[in-house]
Design a protein around this ligand. Structure first.
Ligand SMILES: Cc1ncc(COP(=O)(O)O)c(C=O)c1O
Length: 367
C-alpha cells in the first residue's frame, strides 16, 4: 500500500507509464480477489466496502430488471443493515419487499423462501454467514430455489470470505459481496462479484472505471491492500480455520461450564470459525461489555454498527428470542492474534464478573 501511495501513484486511467503501473497493481489485486472466490478477474468490481457492494447488488440489479415488471425483493430478516436498510429504501420507492423468517437456530428454511417467492420477484438476498451469530445459510439450495422462479440471487459473504473456502460457482449465486477489513485488509474497500453477463446498473455515474459499473478514480492503495490481504488469507485459510474453531469451541465450552445460566445463540454448525454468541441470564450485555473492556477484553453486543444503540439485536429477535435474551447476549470474535492464553484469561475473569453483575439484579437465574 505504501508503494501505491508513494511510488506507483499514477492514475490508473492515465495512458503514461505511471498510470499503467497503477493499473497493473489493480489488475494484480483483482486476480487475487478473484482467486479467493473461484471467479474470473473480470467479474470482480472494486467498491468502498461491504455496504456499497450490497447496495450495488440490490439497487443495481433491481433497477436493471425494473422494465420487466419484476418489482419484488426478498431478504432474510437477519441481514446486516446494509441489506435491510437498502430494502427499506427500495420499499419507499415502490418495490414490494419480503423479509424471510429464520428458525431458532438462525437458519432461513428453503420452504420459507419457496413461500415468499412470487412471479415478480427480481432478487433474493441472503447472507452467507451472519455477523452476530456466525451461522451459515444453505446458500446453494436457496439460490437454486430463487433461480427456479426466475429471480436473481445475491449473498453478502462479508463475514465468511477468507475465513472459509468460497467458490461462487459452487454456491450458484449471481452476486457476492465482500469487504477487505474483515480479512485484515484496509477499511473502506471491498468488492462485489458479479456473474459474467449479468446486467447491473451503476449507482455512481461518471467515468468508465470498473467497466462503467462504478465511476470515479480507483482507491489504488486500498485495492492493493485488499489484494494482498486476500492472497495471505487464502494461503493460511485451512490452518487458521482449524486453529480458530478449536479456540472458539474451547472458549464456548468453558463459558458454559463455568458460568450458570448461559446458552449459545444459533446453530453451532455450520458456522464461521471465529464467532460465538452467548447469552448470560440476568446480565445486561452492555454492562458486561464495559466490565470486560476494563479488563482489556473487547467483545460486542449486536453488530459494531448498531452497538451503542441499546436496541436489542434484530438477529436474536428474528430467531424468536425475547428482548431480555437479546439484551443479555454477547458476541465473542476471535482472529489471527487470538491465543490459548487469551481464552484462559477470559475464563479467569468472566465468572466473577457475571456473579457480581447478577448480585445487582433480583430476577431468578434460568434453570
Ligand atoms: C455481514 C456484513 N455485511 C456488510 C457489512 C458492511 O461492510 P462495510 O463495513 O465494509 O461497509 C458488514 C460489516 O460489519 C457485515 O458484517
Amino acid at each position: 500500500m505504501t508503494g501505491a501511495l508513494r511510488e506507483e501513484f499514477g492514475n490508473p486511467s492515465s495512458v503514461h507509464h505511471f498510470g499503467q503501473q497503477a493499473k497493473a497493481a489493480i489488475d494484480e489485486a483483482r486476480t487475487d480477489v478473484a482467486t479467493l472466490l473461484g471467479a474470473e478477474p473480470s467479474e470482480v468490481l472494486f467498491t468502498s466496502g461491504g455496504t456499497e457492494s450490497d447496495n450495488i447488488a440490490i439497487r443495481g440489479a433491481a433497477e436493471a430488471l425494473e422494465a420487466t415488471g419484476r418489482r419484488h425483493l426478498i431478504a432474510s430478516s437477519i441481514e446486516h443493515e446494509a441489506v435491510l436498510n437498502t430494502l427499506k429504501a427500495m420499499a419507499k420507492r415502490g418495490w414490494r419487499t419480503t423479509l424471510l423468517p429464520v428458525d431458532q437456530t438462525g437458519i432461513a428454511a428453503p420452504d420459507a423462501l419457496r413461500a415468499a417467492l412470487a412471479d415478480d420477484t427480481a432478487l433474493v438476498s441472503v447472507m452467507h454467514a451472519n455477523n452476530e451469530i456466525g451461522t451459515i445459510q444453505p446458500i446453494a439450495e436457496l439460490a437454486r430455489i430463487a433461480h427456479d422462479r426466475g429471480a436473481l440471487f445475491h449473498t453478502d459473504a462479508v463475514q465468511s470470505a477468507a475465513k472459509l473456502p468460497i467458490s461462487v460457482r459452487s454456491l450458484g449465486v449471481d452476486m457476492l459481496s465482500i469487504s477487505a477489513h474483515k480479512f485484515y485488509g484496509p477499511k473502506g474497500v471491498g468488492a462485489l462479484w458479479i456473474r459474467r453477463g449479468l446486467r447491473v446498473l451503476p449507482l455512481l455515474t461518471g467515468g468508465r472505471q470498473e467497466r462503467s459499473r462504478r465511476a470515479g478514480t480507483e482507491n489504488v492503495a486500498g485495492i492493493v491492500g485488499m489484494g494482498v490481504a486476500a492472497r495471505i488469507a487464502r494461503g493460511k485459510m485451512a490452518d487458521e480455520c482449524t486453529r480458530l474453531s478449536a479456540l472458539r469451541d474451547r472458549l464456548e465450552a468453558e463459558i458454559l461450564a463455568a458460568v450458570p445460566g448461559t446458552a449459545v445463540n444459533g446453530a453451532r454448525e455450520p458456522r464461521v470459525p471465529n464467532t460465538t454468541n452467548v447469552s448470560f441470564d440476568r446480565v445486561e450485555a452492555e454492562s458486561l461489555l464495559i466490565a470486560l473492556d476494563l479488563e482489556g477484553i473487547a467483545v460486542s453486543t449486536g453488530s459494531a454498527c448498531s452497538s451503542g444503540t441499546l436496541e436489542p439485536s434484530h438477529v436474536l429477535k428474528a430467531m424468536g428470542f425475547n428482548a431480555h435474551r437479546a439484551q443479555n447476549s454477547i458476541r465473542f470474535s476471535l482472529g489471527a492474534s487470538s491465543t490459548d492464553a487469551e481464552i484462559d484469561r477470559v475464563i479467569a475473569v468472566l465468572p466473577k464478573m457475571v456473579e457480581k453483575l447478577r448480585s445487582l439484579t433480583r430476577a431468578p437465574v434460568r434453570a
